[in-house]
Design a protein around this ligand. Structure first.
Ligand code: FCB
Length: 592
């Protein structure tokens, strides 16, 4: 096929897809069907006179500059690709994709996640105040099919059902978030709504009784509407409001909750809520400025909550507090092109680095500061659109973490100007990046998952496939590269309100039948897949099997299994893991 006529003439990615697909089919014909195929010829060596089309279309592996009297030939991306296929004589499974058998450290945290607005419902129950998501969802055309979280999965009334499915999944942790307005209806400490608070009290107790440790997020996007009305995250008084809220929650639940997330995905709060405007509060008219102001206050609010815990609660409660940062991994679209390599680095520094750099390394990265300053000045502004931290603030924010909470879903292909999506399992690369860039912190993956749309199908093999690949990459990062990964959380326990895409996009292990008044949760196939990985604490080598941990108990095993779950040793809260360095040493020695 010819090279695309728009864009960079060397970046002929659709031809690579075409050639890769064709050669792979040819390989199947040869290997599977016994066709006596003897060779393959790529058309063409270089762009040339293309009959009726003249020089307007190029089929070449080499790009020709016909305007240059020297007629230089420059390899397109497809030339590099074809070279590799010839060198490999086909498509061998590369090391990256090969399965690694082995176990995670003892005491590994296996979890699944939800968020208050996405599952709870009970939007006005028992004195709950309104949040920005209540308002956003009740504004026509904001959410697909005008769905809203008024009832959602009715988790507010279904503690027992939710505990039952968590047990079925065999997780030892559960990550959920608190609805700020359920306990502080107007967002301030002026009035504590005991009835709303009791829901979390009962939930935490029920989890502990089931031997499942709570991992609690304070802020998963549902800001009190009353606070939005005075500027929300744009107004820096939010820092104190957030601290007050955190104080109440730590003081009431901290005797039982040992793992906390202050803020979920500050990038999305800042960018999606205040830049693109497709999430609450839905502001999009100052896209180059407001997200940076919001981001600045989010970082300060996080840091103050961490200090509060550190000074007032840590000695007694002995828990861990951090922020959850999200980022895609970014690959250069053309790995042979410096421009694209630089673009990929910028994506990461503006995504993960925006928040991780101040918290883990101190201050915004030089790259971010320079680029935003230069662009602001070039646009005629007198100062950078990125606010500055004072030296005291830089010091106060740096180091406000007890682990690296990380949400990761996919990879993007980077090149200057725009980017497209790619489904890829680059868990090990981005985990290695975190290790190198942020001083080898302990990492908990606080979200990872894949969705489906369309008719409900409980056979979610795509989900099991995705989890197998991702978790295996994570195991490689741990065993082979010494990345200190301590836990993993799937998104999500059950299908729920997927923000602006409503209930149409489903990420759950459990399907939630919302047309039945009982709102039952029904297991998809990935439940037994994930629970087996948990039960084996990784991937036992089939060659040394059979392995007891892989035997699934029959369906309807709840009673029996609940019993077993209670007998399992308690998931540790003292973080008594085998040290990653030791494991790493052991494993690399084994490899040598
Ligand atoms: C994340 C959110 C989570 C969920 C997943 C799919 O960005 O934190 O609530 O919507 O995406």
């Amino acid at each position: 096929m010819p090279t695309e006529t728009v864009g960079d003439p060397l970046a002929d990615t659709s031809r690579i897809e075409y050639m890769g697909g064709y050669i792979n089919e040819a390989l199947k014909a040869y290997e599977v069907d016994g066709v006596r195929l003897k060779g393959y010829t790529a058309a063409s060596l270089m762009d040339s006179f293309e009959w009726l089309n003249g020089y307007t279309v190029g089929f070449g592996l080499y790009h020709m500059d016909f305007t240059d009297p020297n007629k230089p030939r420059t390899p397109k991306f497809s030339a590099h690709f074809y070279f590799q296929v010839m060198k490999d004589n086909g498509f061998p499974t590369n090391d990256d994709e090969r399965m690694l058998y082995g176990e995670f450290p003892q005491g590994f945290l296996w979890s699944t996640a939800t968020a208050s607005y996405q599952i709870e419902g009970g939007w006005r129950a028992d004195g709950k105040g309104l949040s920005i998501w209540d308002k956003f969802a009740h504004t026509p055309l904001r959410i697909f099919e005008n769905d809203n979280g008024d009832i959602a999965c009715d988790s507010y009334n279904k503690i027992d059902e939710d505990i039952a499915i968590l047990k079925q999944l065999r997780v030892n942790h559960y990550r959920f978030s608190i609805s700020w307005t359920r306990i502080l209806p107007d967002g301030t400490k002026n009035y504590i709504n005991e009835a709303g608070f009791s829901y979390y009290d009962r939930l935490v107790n029920a989890l502990l009784a089931a031997n499942i440790q709570p991992h609690v997020t304070l802020y998963h996007w549902d800001l009190p509407l009353a606070l939005q009305n005075v500027g929300g995250w744009e107004n820096d008084t939010i820092v104190e409001r957030f601290s007050d809220y955190a104080d109440i929650v730590f003081s009431r639940l901290g005797d039982r909750v040992k793992l906390w997330v202050t803020i979920n995905e500050p990038y999305n709060v800042a960018m999606v809520g205040h830049g693109y405007g497709v999430a609450a509060p839905g502001i999009s008219f100052r896209p180059g400025t407001l997200p940076y102001i919001v981001g600045h206050n989010l970082i300060k609010a996080h840091a103050e909550a961490w200090h509060l815990y550190n000074d007032k609660y840590r000695a007694k409660q002995n828990g861990k507090v951090s922020i959850t940062i999200n980022s895609d991994w970014s690959e250069p679209r053309n790995p042979y092109k410096q421009e694209d390599i630089d673009a990929a680095r910028r994506v990461i520094q503006f995504y993960i680095g925006w928040f991780a750099h101040p918290i883990f390394n101190g201050d915004y990265s030089e790259m971010m500061k320079t680029i935003i300053r230069e662009r602001s000045l070039a646009a005629g502004l007198t100062q950078s659109r990125l606010p500055e931290f004072t030296p005291e603030e830089i010091k106060r924010i740096k180091g406000t973490y007890d682990y690296f909470g990380f949400n990761h879903y996919t990879t993007v292909l980077a090149f200057p100007v725009e980017y497209g999506n790619l489904q890829h399992y680059d868990g090990d690369r981005i985990l290695n990046f975190i290790k190198e860039e942020y001083g080898n912190p302990m990492i908990i993956i606080t979200e990872n998952g894949i969705s489906e749309r369309g008719p409900v199908d409980l056979k979610d093999s795509h989900r099991s496939y995705y989890y197998e690949k991702y978790i295996n990459q994570m195991l490689k990062a741990n065993l082979l590269d010494g990345v200190d990964v301590r836990g993993y959380t799937t998104w999500s326990l059950m299908d729920n309100l997927e923000w602006a895409t409503g209930f149409a996009e489903r990420f759950g292990h459990f399907y939630v039948n919302r047309s039945d008044p009982k709102v039952p949760r029904v297991a998809k196939e990935s439940v037994s897949f994930y629970s087996t990985i948990i039960n084996c604490n990784g991937f036992p080598d089939p060659a040394s099997g059979p392995h007891d941990c892989m035997k699934q108990e029959p369906e309807g095993r709840n009673l029996q299994q609940n019993q077993a779950q209670c007998e399992r040793p308690s998931a540790t809260t003292d973080w008594g893991f085998e040290r990653t360095e030791q494991r790493h040493k052991k494993n690399t020695e084994a490899l040598i």
